[in-house]
Every structure is written in structure tokens, then in C-alpha cells.
Design a protein around this ligand. Structure first.
Ligand code: NAP
Length: 321
């Protein structure tokens, strides 16, 4: 039996990880959240985890307040502690105890420069030739592969990239899983925030129209699907390294809102019931200036794993729940 320690167990992802592993008798699941451990305290991390001796540590704890840490120095310092340095402490304690570390990162480690992405060479071509055999039948996959070079455009992305580097520097037995736009049941802890879909459903109850940004194309990730995929990666002992795990398909926030209202309005579509009459108006990102810049286009390309189902299918399941 493997002892698995899930940190951040009350978060949106953490609670689904606990459910996924608890079902399997091959695992003894230990679930910790902030009240059990503060991952920014290196000594506490070394002592408590050293004493518990897990075979696998899954770190689903994070600082996710993207805008709050952009201009506020104290908040950015906290983001760097939780997202940047703490994964390094977890990597060190995992290595010392011969455990595997699973850690999550984000599409926000990339800059989202669409022009740069569409001019990408086929994999293996290094000389910008556009004529060698590798270009024949080449369909550029517009998005970021696991080995693409990160270049974050906001402080949250910088803090998450620091965490990636700390993991890679301190342990070999790691799975670094990048995801984007997580949705699912809200987290149970203090810092819980609603996912995009829950916010939009709330607006659909009493607004005549909503203006939604028709930019920031990326993929959604349904927390229960990600939890299952994480377990699959561990169970099948995939090679250690970086993975991109999202649901299939990509869209802007506007496109996602249109699909949400369509599904929620369909007969038997959702627990919210009734047709949503709210009009959705697409607008450019500039209409909602926010402190932190977002990547314009940050689709994560998965070249290593069986793909997960389309986000629209996952959304259907979420609405039924
Ligand atoms: N949410 C997204 O859209 C998204 C997108 C891309 C990547 N990700 C990544 O996916 C992973 C899971 O995210 P999530 O949305 O599930 O996170 P979440 O719901 O915000 O949960 C994070 C959990 O970590 C706990 N935590 C925070 N600071 C801690 C500390 N110092 N020590 C111990 N626990 C601490 C929080 O407790 P409190 O509530 O008490 O603070 C919370 O229970 C993270 O790595 C995140 O960066 C998320």
C-alpha cells in the first residue's frame, strides 16, 4: 500500500484528489490543508513530512489571487513564498524521503504571444528554413508544448515559474502538471473563489445583459478529470517530467459563456433550472482593465498523455451535479 499525502486538500483541486485516491484501497490517503501545515515554513515542512514519511506528496496548495499580487508588494512576496519557494521545500523533503512529488503549475508561465506561436517551426527543425522535409504536411499546433520556454507576463506567473524551477532543481522524481482555467465545486477553505462558470450562472439569474471578454483563448480543466488523470499518471508510472493536462478544445471567455448559457438553458441541463435569457455581448479585454496582464493566447498542447474529454462534456457533468 502506498502512503499518499495531499496538501491543499480543501482547495478546488485538492478535494477532488482526496476523493479520487480515497476510493482506491491501494493507497492510504492523508489529507492536509493550511491548518495542518504551512508549506512556506521550511522547518515545519521538513519535520512534519519527514515524520509522516509518505511515498507520494501531491501539492495542490497555492496562492491564486492573480490581480492582488500584481501591484501589492506584500501580496507578491506571499505569492513567491507559497508558489515559488514552498515547492522547493516540498521537493527537498520528498527527495530526502525517497518520495515522488506531484506539483501543479499554470498556462500563465507563458507570455501568450499569438504571432510568435503561429510562426513556430515544426518540432526538430532548428534553422528557420521553411523548406526542409519537416515542413511537408506540417500543421502547426497553435499552443505551448511541455518543453516550450516560459516567459510570464504577470507576477502570479512569475511566482509559479519560480516554483517550477525550484522543483526541477531539487528533485528528479517529480511530475510537474500545468493546467489552465480550473473549474469544479468551490474550495472549502478561506481563500475559496468561485470559478468563471459559477460567476456567470449567478449573473444569468438577474442581469439582462453581460459583457464578456472575447480574448484569452485557452483550455478549461475540470477538477475531477484532473484528479483522475493525476492518479492515472502515478498508477501507470509515467516518466517523470512536465505534463500538460487540460480538457479538450479551447475557447475565449465569451465563447465559454455562450456554451454555458446554452447548456444551462437546455431541458434538464442544470440544477439552476429555467432558460437563461441574459444577452451575452463580446468585448475586448481593454474594456475591463485589470492590474495583471493576461496571456492573449495560452492553449497548452499535450504531447505525452491520452487526451481528456472535451470541456463541453465536462461542463455538462458539472451542471448536472
Ligand atoms: N484555479 C485556477 O484557475 C488555476 C489555473 C491554473 C493553475 N492552477 C493551479 O492548480 C493548483 C490547484 O489550484 P486550486 O484552484 O485548486 O487552488 P485553491 O482552490 O485556491 O486551493 C489552494 C489551497 O491551498 C491552501 N493554502 C494556501 N496557502 C497555503 C500554505 N501556505 N500552506 C498550506 N496550504 C495553503 C489554501 O488554504 P486557504 O483557503 O486556507 O488559504 C487552499 O485550501 C494550484 O497549483 C494552482 O496554482 C489553478
Amino acid at each position: 500500500m502506498k502512503k499518499i499525502l495531499i496538501i491543499g486538500s480543501q482547495g478546488m483541486l485538492g478535494q477532488e484528489l482526496v476523493k479520487a485516491f480515497k476510493k482506491d484501497k491501494n493507497y492510504k490517503t492523508i489529507a492536509w490543508d493550511r491548518k495542518d501545515i504551512d508549506i512556506t515554513k521550511e522547518k515545519e515542512v521538513m519535520k512534519k513530512i519527514g515524520f509522516t514519511k509518505p511515498d507520494v506528496i501531491i501539492n495542490a496548495a497555492a496562492y491564486n489571487a492573480v490581480d492582488k499580487c500584481e501591484n501589492d508588494k506584500k501580496e507578491y512576496a506571499l505569492a513567491k513564498d507559497v508558489n515559488g519557494l514552498a515547492p522547493g521545500y516540498l521537493a527537498k523533503v520528498a527527495k530526502k524521503n525517497k518520495a515522488v512529488l506531484v506539483h501543479y503549475s499554470t498556462d500563465y508561465v507563458f507570455d501568450g504571444d499569438f504571432e510568435k506561436l503561429i510562426s513556430k517551426e515544426p518540432q526538430g527543425c532548428t534553422h528557420s528554413c521553411a523548406t526542409c522535409s519537416l515542413h511537408e504536411n506540417f500543421q502547426p499546433e497553435i499552443g505551448y508544448r511541455e518543453d516550450d520556454k516560459p516567459n510570464p507576463v504577470n507576477n502570479y506567473g512569475k511566482s509559479k515559474l519560480l516554483g517550477e524551477k525550484e522543483v526541477v532543481k531539487n528533485i528528479k522524481n517529480y511530475y510537474l502538471i500545468r493546467i489552465s482555467k480550473l473549474f469544479g465545486a468551490p474550495a472549502l477553505g478561506e481563500s475559496a473563489k468561485k470559478s468563471f462558470f459559477d460567476i456567470m450562472l449567478g449573473l444569468g439569474k438577474d442581469k439582462k445583459e453581460v459583457r464578456v471578454v472575447d480574448e484569452e483563448t485557452s483550455c478549461f480543466t475540470y477538477a475531477p478529470d484532473l484528479a483522475k488523470k493525476t492518479k492515472e499518471i502515478l498508477d501507470s508510472q509515467k516518466p517523470f517530467g512536465i505534463y500538460h493536462v487540460t480538457n479538450g478544445g479551447s475557447c475565449t471567455w465569451y465563447e465559454a459563456a455562450v456554451e454555458l448559457y446554452k447548456q444551462a438553458s437546455a431541458k434538464g441541463g442544470s440544477a439552476y433550472g429555467g432558460k437563461i435569457k441574459t444577452k451575452i455581448i463580446p468585448v475586448p479585454g481593454a474594456e475591463f482593465p485589470r492590474p495583471a496582464k493576461r496571456p492573449f493566447y495560452s492553449v497548452l498542447v499535450n504531447t505525452k498523455l491520452n487526451p481528456m474529454r472535451d470541456w463541453k462534456e465536462a461542463l455538462k457533468e458539472y451542471l448536472k451535479k
